[in-house]
Design a protein around this ligand. Structure first.
Ligand SMILES: [Zn+2]
Ligand SMILES: [Zn+2]
Length: 511
């Protein structure tokens, strides 16, 4: 039976026995047919009066969800209370008891306390005002908070002066349940927080009130783009990000073109000077290695291959590479139309298992280096750090997209083990984090090694004037908080679009 809360204490002749919402829900689902429910609904909309419950439940198993939900909502917001009324001649209906829950405590019939939240819903960090009314008008009540959908170990009790409205902040309500396997992860848009009185002068209630905490677990994909000038290197970072079950899922796509790398050598300081037609530049010559090593041992004088000048040992500072791709029957360098390599590059199978394996390794190494290093956390969240309310994991996925022409951001993939750079990745390069480093540029991270595309204003977290040799951007393989700054900015943007809340996020230690 249901009556408005205001009338609950004035009903005569009934065992005024409040019923917990779970109890009512089971009754409704089991026993009530559509017609009586409609009647009841009409009753509730008008003046409340008794409804013969037992007669209704005889009718069958059908139910109407919308009405059930409307009654439950009314119950939960304390607009209604449920009372059990025995009907003479019919055996009393005993609902199934949930096995794990203790029986509801017996309330004192002479005291009623209604606890209300205004508004009755909000996001972490938002304020609710608690007001109390009922037959108890003074004193302090200790309210106990408990999540309905999942465990809320960090929710505490709150002392409320019954006569004075009290403001409280929503916090410590988790929205994520981690399972043993990734697919067991369960994220919630909504968590109901049940509130009960725990102390005198109001007895423990079996007529709980709820407020509804709202989470932000998902947001559709958006694209991050920026134009940077780092140490006079122009860069255009770009990646996609979406949010799924409190995971910021980042996808970096690098467009790749089948091609070749051509070594060249800077012979400044040797007797070989000037330039040759089609050559790599002044005092420079195309070069090659006849030993399989990365460093060249021959240069091309414009006519034929020659040994390097006597006494000249090429080091990292004087041999480099240029990328080429095949256009029709000629080889063209995206790095300069004037470059002509002195001979044709031997063709190769781009999808040879060896090369497929190299690209797969680059992808898996990038994922391993970049993913799950930090959480992204809402700066203004006041929850305990173990509570998964405003925290997002980060997964980074690198993808290669094969294209057939050069263009902005297109990387040439080459066989062999020449020197890679941002425009050409050599698939014989033995540095597995090569692509992870380049993906870092796409994710808005400058170089952190000397003479690279650095940002000298970076002086946080171990970096000095933009240099930090321990990181993936500086020649090592760690990822620091600053490297997640673009993901944090994207979480802010994506959540603002989806939920209308403009909060700031930052990388924090994983808890
Ligand atoms: Zn929070
Ligand atoms: Zn770089």
């Amino acid at each position: 039976m249901f009556v408005r809360a205001a009338e609950a204490s004035t009903i005569k002749g009934a065992a005024a026995e409040p019923i917990a919402p779970w109890d009512v829900e089971r009754w409704l689902k089991r026993a009530w047919t559509r017609e009586p429910l409609l009647d009841l609904h009409r009753e509730l909309a008008g003046a409340p009066r008794w409804v013969p419950f037992d007669a209704m439940r005889e009718a069958g198993e059908d139910r109407d969800d919308a009405i059930v939900q409307s009654i439950l909502r009314a119950l939960r917001s304390n607009e209604l209370v449920a009372l059990r009324l025995p009907t003479p001649g019919l055996a009393p209906f005993v609902p199934d008891q949930p096995p794990s829950k203790p029986p509801p405590p017996t309330p004192r019939k002479d005291e009623v306390l209604n606890v209300k939240f205004n508004p009755s819903t909000g996001y972490c960090g938002e304020k609710l005002t608690i007001t109390c009314d009922g037959t108890v008008t003074s004193g302090t009540v200790k309210l106990k908070f408990k999540g309905v959908e999942l465990e809320t170990p960090k929710l505490t009790t709150l002392d409320v002066d019954i006569a004075t409205p009290k403001s409280m902040e929503i916090k410590n309500v988790p929205f994520l349940q981690l399972g043993e396997k990734p697919e067991d992860r369960k994220a919630f848009e909504d968590v109901q927080v049940q509130v009960e009185s725990e102390s005198a002068p109001v007895p423990p209630s079996n007529l709980p009130t709820f407020y509804r905490a709202r989470g932000m677990p998902n947001a559709p994909v958006g694209t991050f783009t920026a134009t940077r000038n780092w140490n006079n290197f122009a860069m255009k970072p770009k990646f996609d990000q979406k949010i799924e079950k409190y995971i910021a899922k980042v996808v970096v796509t690098i467009s790749v073109l089948k091609g070749w790398a051509a070594t060249y050598v800077d012979l400044t300081g040797t007797p070989v000077t000037g330039a040759v037609t089609g050559g790599p530049g002044n005092n420079m010559r195309w070069a090659r290695s006849t030993t399989g090593a990365m460093a060249p041992d021959e240069y091309h004088d414009g006519t034929a291959w020659q040994p390097l000048p006597t006494g000249f040992v090429p080091g990292a500072g004087n041999f480099f590479s240029r990328s080429f791709y095949r256009s029709g029957t000629t080889f063209v360098s995206p790095e300069g139309a004037s470059f002509v390599y002195p001979e044709a590059f031997p063709d190769y199978n781009f999808d040879d298992p060896t090369y497929i394996a190299v690209r797969k390794r680059w992808i898996s190494v990038a994922k391993k280096i970049w993913s799950r290093k930090w959480h992204l956390h809402r700066k203004a969240c006041h929850s305990d750090k173990t509570v998964r309310c405003c925290r997002y994991d980060v997964d980074v996925e690198l993808r290669f997209k094969l294209v057939t022409a050069p263009g902005e951001g297109v990387v040439v993939l080459a066989p062999g083990n020449q020197r890679s750079h941002a425009g050409v990745f050599c698939m014989g390069d033995n540095r597995p984090s090569l692509a992870a480093h380049e993906a870092g540029h796409h994710m808005d991270c400058p170089d952190e090694y000397d003479k690279g595309a650095i940002d000298p204003s970076v002086n946080t977290d171990g970096a000095t004037n933009g240099l930090d040799s321990s990181t993936i951007m500086g020649g090592g393989n760690t990822v620091k908080k600053r490297h997640y700054h673009a993901f944090a900015a994207m979480v802010q943007r994506l959540l603002k679009t989806k939920y209308g809340r403009d909060d700031k996020y930052e990388a924090v230690a994983i808890t």
